[in-house]
Design a protein. Structure first.
Ligand SMILES: [Zn+2]
Length: 1215
């Protein structure tokens, strides 16, 4: 009776379906029979189903009738199948289903699945298996239908497991290995079963891995579809780690099979089979054992050779890419070629907090590393190769050139602040006013007595310039461990050059390159000896005659005479003696044979280009002066030429590079060749700060490197091949990581040779170097030819995960990972050149001091400008604080009152030393503020500017990427900065706290940063509401009142600054950012408009600069536009303007629109304000995983819920 209840589908014959349709009539009869199944004669059902089958086979229309919408034909058929026990009827229906589901695609199968067809079939599999012997024909037909249905039914694998059908199919396979007709549909079904991770484990235990290997064999033209399906199945099974381990012994066989197919499949008809074999190898090598087996079986050489042979055929790319992935994974992990991962330079802190990073770094007990690491490493080594299986990043099958794979990057919402109390302003001022009162002296403009102010002399009433408080401190020739004086006679700066040459400003010093006749190098950064040889003198003259400055015209000042060339004063741009002491010599020498070839070749003399007109804030002599008071931990005594000469932004456009197909692959293959052809590798250390006497290789066969100057960062250079170098960056001082920023010098190059440079210890998992960004290069030869500038350069640039292991210690406690390689190629145009490479346009602390001094000279009687020293840094550098506003118009009380009541704007920059672009933006802001334009004057009249242009001078000086000398990221210390460890942050925050205490909270706070992963310039702000919206904390909290004013400034910027992109802005408060300047100033100080402004390191993908890499011109323009935007903001926020409600409302509604647009587009929400999470369309890193995180082995195979992952797509890009 219950059957009656269950199966009572009504045959629908109305609504347009012709009632005379024969098949519908038959189905109607069938339906009737179902209702009385107990009594029905099986013969009748048999006949009816046979008739239906006949109709279906002969009349296409019949199928449509059954499957048409509104028809319950499928239900009737399934009900019959479920009820009948008659073999022939079952077969008839299976034939019918096979016919019906073969065409019509997904819709018909969808109907079938939705009517419960899968379950009925699987039940039938089970009952059929109980017949002895089972009907082969039934099994064949059943599996044929299941093979069609399986891939379209998301729960197929789970249903099969719960039904107990898995083993039926497996046993069937085992018993019919020679029966190819039955084998194929069973394998097709098994392939679907295997894609479920729990099934895979269970099938593996049942011997299916071995079963598949029995089917898979060497090249044969027969049964290729069987082979293909078996390989897919095996590939799916091997995603389980237990299965992969079980299959390790088969690695040699699989490699043999792969080679066999590679050799014989000459027409490439069976690429899918070849790819299938690789897919299996790929999964086996996910385990350490698998990788070992692969190496032992000579897998590297086999895949390398086969791939190389595949290279000319583009259609074989999937094979090459998968091979490459396997080889990269199996490439034995190496330690970086360093004795320690600690920074080379150590700065002794007066106060080392026990729990801080420095204590952790330097007090690491030898046994403090996990046991499994400990026994693999010698006791003096603090870094280890950490290749336990746990560290496996799931490797993506993305052939890394494939953009589609990485398209869907979901910015997780985990980081958004959900604690509403943390989003509300924190009103309590933890510090007593008495304590803050000392900061009054930084706000003299608020108390200054202008009655006695002499308006004709703007210098009066202004504190003394603290720009170079120790400007005459003698510079000592380096004595640090890493830099022993090579020439002990080299004197201090004071001794060598007590006073800068008293030449007029435009008479710039020359730097010469001289050479002994015997080819022996003379480190001629020092002055030539008075008695320099006559021949040498002649050569110099010849050289000088070739030097000309283009475009700049005759030099002003007349001091040098002789066409703007000063032949006499050859003072180097170095603090005297320093260069002589410099190991490696900086490469100002020539190779002997080259010298002989070319008498007095070009570039014999370096002439400082005249840039006074183009760079009003730059002055080489002043720069050297500034350097003298800059304190670095390594006690640098050299000056890099680019900082000395200055940078004149080129007028030509520098386009974002198009990606060239296959670059990364080529680079990776070259890396793999190191293993395949170890004899080709030189492994010659040419620069090494870790060795006391940094080796100088000067055999003419190697480039010379140097980075021992301000902001320089290069730790080691290893010549790998004739024209290829591995470069290792130094970690931030008192740290063991944060490598990304680089700035170094290269010389001794050969013209026209294709050099390849690999920076091998990068840390970020992706970089704009993968998206068209180039490195920056400065050529001294170009500079003296009148083109003193950094240019974007380098070809074949890419950034990818390499085979150098990064231990958990070096990853800041995170799981061990790999380092990344940034590689670029370069052909040098000039011989005897000295070239510099940098991550981004360098901007040193000394440059800042020079700029500030020059800016101060721009002061007019209308400008109030003051420079204070906010504090000293840990390294003994002073942190400048600027105050800029307009002088009061008169000394009348009204004017003074207006003056004092101007709203404050607080700006800061360069808390992160590697983000030099922030300094260039700041330079633009400062230059605008000190400018003579009416706009600038209005701006000064509108606000009082408080500016800390460099929050982390020590980091900048010492070439750090991220941290200060405390080894910490200063932009994570704003919540409770320590006066001892984070003085610049502590005092900057105190200034803001002081302002809050005297009720003068700034209108705007903005901290300038650089962004390494995104394009354009954009802002992060803080909005309670937008944060709440992102997290859906609760509907009621949305009623919180919030002024929309925080959106005004970015909105204005997006309208006027071409590089600025509103779409990239975000106003969400993240947990990971709660200690940043932006969030703390917003929440604790109560500045509603508190921002981080991020400038791209790469370029723009919108606006006027779309497709161009960003340069200093654009960055400075951005800084100026920021000022103009503040002026517009002033108009919108001033009480006068507030009366014009209509106008304001327009603007506000405009802002509202943007907000809706922004918050509805998830891609505009970005978690991190300085860094990543934001992956763009391409990913060269081969890291993001396609494998489920949960290890199927640990999943309970008996779980009865239907939630385990089913992935029926076989990830076969070729299918
Ligand atoms: Zn930053």
């Amino acid at each position: 009776m219950c059957e009656e209840k269950m199966n009572k589908p009504k045959m629908t014959t109305d609504k347009g379906v012709p009632s005379n349709s024969r098949v519908l009539m038959l189905l109607g009869q069938l339906e009737k029979l179902n209702g009385e199944s107990m009594l029905a004669d099986p013969e009748i059902t048999r006949q009816i189903t046979a008739k239906i089958l006949h109709l279906i086979q002969t009349q296409e229309k019949t199928r449509k009738d059954i499957m048409s919408k509104g028809s319950s034909g499928m239900e009737v058929i399934l009900a019959t199948l479920e009820n009948t026990r008659d073999l022939q009827t079952i077969l008839n229906i299976l034939y019918i289903l096979n016919e019906l589901l073969t065409v019509g695609g997904g819709r018909r199968i969808g109907v079938f699945v939705s009517k419960g067809g899968t379950g009925i079939l699987l039940q039938l599999v089970l009952s059929a298996s109980k017949e002895s012997p089972p009907s082969e024909e039934v099994m064949l037909q059943l599996h044929s239908v299941l093979a069609k249905v399986g891939p379209k039914d998301r729960k197929f694998g789970v249903k099969a497991r719960l039904n107990g059908a898995l083993n039926v199919t497996v046993n069937l396979l085992k018993q019919n290995l020679q029966n190819h007709k039955l084998l194929l549909p069973c394998l097709l079904v098994l392939r679907v079963y295997s894609s479920n991770s729990v099934n895979a484990v269970s099938l593996g235990k049942n011997g299916v891995v071995e079963l598949m290997l029995k089917i898979i064999g060497p090249y044969s033209k027969k049964n290729t579809s069987l082979l293909k399906v078996s390989l897919d199945t095996l590939g799916a099974l091997l995603k389980s780690k237990t299965n992969a381990r079980r299959a390790v012994v088969h690695v040699p066989v699989l490699l043999y099979i792969y080679q066999d197919w590679h050799r014989n499949d000459t027409c490439h008809r069976h690429v899918l089979i070849r790819k299938g074999v690789l897919g299996c190898l790929k999964n086996i090598t996910n385990s350490k054992l698998g990788r070992k087996a692969f190496i032992d079986a000579d897998g590297m050489r086999i895949l390398y050779n086969t791939s190389t042979e595949c290279l000319p055929v583009r259609t074989l790319d999937p094979l090459i890419n998968t091979s490459s992935l396997i080889m990269r994974k199996c490439f034995p992990k190496n330690r970086l070629p360093l004795p320690t991962i600690k920074s080379v330079f150590h700065h002794q802190l007066l106060h080392v907090p026990a729990g801080g990073p420095v204590a952790q770094l330097y007090n690491q007990p030898p046994g403090g590393v996990p046991i499994y690491q400990f026994y693999t490493k010698p006791p003096w080594v603090d870094d280890v190769v950490d290749d336990s299986d746990d560290n496996e990043d799931a490797e993506a099958e993305n052939d890394t050139e494939n953009e589609e794979e990485e398209k869907n990057n979901h910015a997780g919402n985990d980081d958004i602040e959900t604690d509403i109390n943390k989003l509300r302003p924190k009103e309590t001022h933890s510090r007593p006013f008495e304590e803050l009162k000392i900061y009054e002296r930084f706000f003299m403009e608020l108390s200054e007595d202008f009655q006695v102010f002499n308006f004709d002399n703007p210098k009066r009433g202004v504190t003394a310039t603290p720009a170079a408080p120790k400007s005459h401190r003698p510079i000592i020739v380096p004595t640090s461990q890493a830099l022993p004086p090579k020439h002990p006679t080299a004197a201090t700066l004071q001794g060598e050059c007590p006073h800068p040459a008293p030449v007029p400003r435009l008479d710039l010093d020359t730097i010469n390159i001289t050479k002994d006749q015997d080819g022996c190098c003379d480190h001629t950064h020092t002055r030539p000896h008075p008695g320099a040889g006559l021949e040498q003198e002649q050569e110099l003259v010849q050289g000088l005659e070739r030097v000309s400055l283009d475009g700049a015209g005759p030099q002003g000042g007349g001091g040098g005479g002789g066409g703007g060339v000063n032949r006499h004063n050859r003072q180097p741009p170095l603090l005297a003696g320093g260069v002589a002491a410099r190991p490696g010599g900086g490469g100002q020498e020539m190779l002997a044979e080259e010298w002989a070839e070319e008498e007095g070749g070009e570039g014999a003399v370096l002439e400082v280009p005249d840039t006074a007109l183009l760079l009003p804030l730059h002055d080489p002599d002043l720069y050297v002066e500034m350097v003298k008071s800059t304190r670095s931990v390594p006690q640098y005594s050299e000056v890099a030429y680019p900082d000395y000469f200055g940078h004149v932004a080129p007028t030509f456009r520098e386009h974002i590079l198009e990606r060239v197909y296959g670059v990364q692959r080529t680079k990776i293959f070259q890396d793999i060749e190191r293993l395949i052809h170890p004899n080709d590798i030189l492994d010659k250390v040419v620069y090494d700060l870790d060795i006391q006497s940094c080796p100088v290789v000067d055999d003419g066969e190697s480039l010379k490197f140097n980075s021992q100057f301000e902001s320089g960062n290069l730790r080691k250079a290893v010549q790998v091949r004739k024209f290829e170098y591995d470069l290792v960056l130094n970690s931030d001082i008192n740290s063991n990581h944060y490598h990304q920023w680089f700035y170094f010098e290269v010389s001794g190059m050969r013209v026209g040779a294709p050099y390849r440079f690999n920076i091998i210890n990068c840390e970020k998992s992706n970089s704009q170097f993968n998206y068209g960004m180039q490195v920056l290069m400065y050529s001294v030869q170009e500079a003296i030819s009148g083109r003193p500038r950094w240019i974007r350069t380098g070809t074949d640039i890419c950034y990818y995960k390499n085979h150098f292991s990064r231990s958990s210690i070096a990853a800041g406690g995170q799981k061990g990972k790999s380092y990344y390689t940034m590689t670029f190629s370069m052909i040098f145009n000039h011989k005897d050149d000295v070239c510099y490479f940098a991550y981004h346009y360098p901007y040193t602390y000394s440059t800042l001091k020079m700029h500030l001094q020059k800016l101060e000279a721009l002061r007019t009687p209308q400008i109030y400008m003051r420079q204070d020293v906010l504090c000293e840094t840990l390294g003994g550098n002073s942190c400048p604080l600027l105050t800029i506003t307009a002088m009061p118009e008169s000394t009348s009380n009204d004017q003074i009152c207006l003056f004092r009541n101007r709203p404050l704007v607080f700006l800061s920059a360069r808390v992160h030393p590697g983000e030099t672009n922030a300094s260039w933006v700041m330079k633009g802001t400062l230059e605008f503020l000190m400018g003579s334009s009416p706009l600038a004057q209005s701006l000064r009249e509108a606000y009082i500017f408080k500016i800390v242009p460099m929050l982390n001078p020590d980091g900048v000086v010492n070439g750090n990427h991220r941290c200060s000398l405390s080894g910490e990221d200063l932009n994570r210390q704003w919540q409770s900065p320590s006066p001892e460890l984070h003085p610049t942050i502590y005092h900057t925050k105190s200034l803001l706290q002081y302002l809050a205490a005297i009720q003068r909270v700034p209108l705007v706070f903005c901290d300038y940063h650089g962004h390494s992963r995104k394009k354009n310039v954009f802002m992060y702000g803080c909005s309670l509401k937008e944060t709440v919206w992102e997290t859906n904390i609760s509907a009621t909290s949305c009623e919180l009142h919030e002024d929309l004013g925080y959106r005004t400034l970015p909105k204005i910027l997006s309208q006027m600054a071409p590089a600025f992109s509103m779409a990239s802005c975000s106003f969400v408060v993240e947990r990971s950012k709660e200690a940043t300047a932006r969030v703390v100033v917003w929440r604790e100080i109560g500045v509603q408009r508190s921002y981080t402004m991020e400038s791209t390191l790469c370029g723009c993908d919108q606006g006027k600069y779309k497709g161009l890499q960003i340069g200093t011109r654009e960055l400075e323009e951005m800084g100026a536009q920021f000022c103009v935007a503040l002026l517009r903001l002033k108009r919108l926020t001033s009480p006068l303007e507030l009366r014009k409600r209509a106008h304001l409302l327009d603007v506000e509604s405009d802002l509202m629109e943007t907000r809706c647009k922004v918050s509805s587009n998830p891609s505009t929400y970005v978690l991190e304000d300085e860094e990543h999470t934001f992956m763009e369309e391409v990913d060269y890193s081969a890291e993001s995983g396609d494998e489920a995180d949960n290890d199927p082995d640990t999943a309970d195979p008996h779980d009865n819920h239907l939630s385990d992952s089913e992935s029926n797509n076989h990830r076969d890009s070729l299918t």
